[in-house]
Write a protein that binds this ligand. Sequence first.
Ligand code: AMP
Length: 125
Amino acid sequence: MAYEYDSENIFAKILRGDIPNDTVAETELSLAFRDINPAAPEHILAIPKGAYVNYDHFAAEASDAEIVDFNRMVARITRAVGVAQAAGGEGYRLITNAGPHGVQDVPHFHLHILGGRRLGRMISS
Ligand code: AMP
């Protein structure tokens, strides 16, 4: 089944500049901004600018340049906000949700970067 991207999703609107965001990092190919409803002291969403619905879409079809750019940006953010142990932090968690079982609300691939406190068990229910 082909991937179908809904260009009216909220992150597509952020990328078009239709709604504001609290930008943490931006490159030509990727954007990161603070989650509007943070679940931890640091809760940042990293997204590619390309139209990918979820992780498997991005990992399978994005260009090498997009994939490298995205992952390097995420690594820079973990250091910049001080959660990476290499930056003296106590660590972090990366989560990406896909589809109904993953409880994905926004159908544009995004990685949650969570940190700033001990996060507890990964799955609660
Ligand atoms: P997910 O359930 O993985 O699709 O997560 C979607 C995330 O997007 C949630 O954590 C929301 O709080 C967040 N979110 C929704 N709208 C916005 C927005 N306009 N700006 C920043 N974060 C948002």
